[in-house]
Design a protein around this ligand. Structure first.
Ligand SMILES: C[S@@+](CC[C@H](N)C(=O)[O-])C[C@H]1O[C@@H](n2cnc3c(N)ncnc32)[C@H](O)[C@@H]1O
Length: 289
């Protein structure tokens, strides 16, 4: 959808927005759709979903699904420029998440002392550090690093690569990432080079790549994808981890915590912590012996 990119904006009460998001998650045809949900106006109780479809078919599907959910006013707005994501994100403020400081080119020189800087410029891949799902992962890593080190780290659904790069820059020996989206893999490898990181990214669905198997087993696996693939990948993530290894799972809504947690508890994980940000939840799980 090059010259005619659109953004879909749906507004309504929290219950309607969460119901709309749940419908997007449940539709296999919209599995790859990227959207965010957040509280836009706390006083008036208005919640908002922003979706950024990558094809006309996906745009029609997302808009129809949100309308069918009911209780939402849905607008489809044209984005004039193909580089809309970069435009909409340029100038965003830097993000501090624990010891990590995620910033764009325009904030070079503002890195606080003692922070681990992650230079990530807005572009066509997900993960500038501004989304609640990404912040949850960085906060979880920061917290775990207070008591332990992770030698080998895997990042499933790496987007810009910032989670694997954060692991590498905070002392991991091996940091590998995968993404089903080819351009994201290229961008993630460029970001690794830009940050002087040895993290490496490969084009793969889930954990299905020889480079992923070859570097395992892992001490830590990140997966910031949606609830259905998190459930579907539970066994693969378990297999990829050492006993006593950790999983940081994100991309799920608070309303989906129980379903995702159940898939991991039933495979011998223990829930260590939940980090909630906006409507999103990040789960920190340990693989028991
Ligand atoms: C929400 S973004 C997360 C990006 C980054 N890890 C972060 O935390 O900001 C999800 C990414 O996962 C990728 N993805 C979705 N399903 C996947 C799958 N089954 N296997 C690998 N990557 C996947 C998408 O292309 C997208 O880049």
């Amino acid at each position: 959808m090059s010259e005619s990119a659109v953004q879909i904006i749906a507004r309504g009460p929290r219950a309607a927005a969460e119901a709309g998001a749940a419908r997007l998650d449940a539709d296999p045809a919209l599995e790859g759709a990227t959207y965010s949900i957040l509280e836009e106006d706390e006083d008036r109780g208005v919640w908002r979903i922003d979706a950024f479809p990558t094809s006309r078919e996906e745009a029609d599907g997302v808009a129809a699904t949100l309308r069918e959910a009911g209780g939402l006013s849905v607008a489809v707005e044209d984005l004039a420029d193909e580089d809309w994501l970069a435009m909409s994100l340029s100038g965003l403020p830097p993000v501090r998440a624990g010891r990590f400081f995620v910033y764009g080119a325009h904030d070079q020189g503002r890195v606080p002392p003692n922070a681990i800087p992650l230079r990530i410029d807005a572009g066509a891949a997900f993960g500038t550090g501004h989304h609640g799902t990404t912040v949850g992962c960085l906060l979880a890593l920061d917290d775990l690093l207070k008591r332990r080190r992770f030698e080998r780290v895997l990042d499933v659904g790496a987007g810009t690569g910032l989670l694997a790069i954060a692991a590498d820059l905070s002392g991991s020996k091996v940091a590998v990432g995968t993404d089903i989206d080819g351009p994201s893999v290229r961008i993630a490898n460029e970001n690794a080079a830009l940050n002087g990181s040895r993290a490496r990214f490969v084009h793969a669905s889930g954990l299905n790549h020889t480079a992923v198997r070859g570097q395992g087993p892992y001490d830590l696996v990140f997966a910031n994808i949606l609830a259905p693939p998190l459930v579907a990948l539970a066994q693969d993530i378990r297999t990829a981890l050492k006993p006593g290894g950790w999983a940081i799972l994100s991309g799920l809504l608070r309303s989906q915590e129980r379903r995702v947690t159940a898939a991991y508890l039933s495979r011998g994980f223990r829930l260590h912590r939940r980090i909630r940000r906006d409507a999103w939840s990040a789960l920190v799980l340990e693989k028991m012996g």
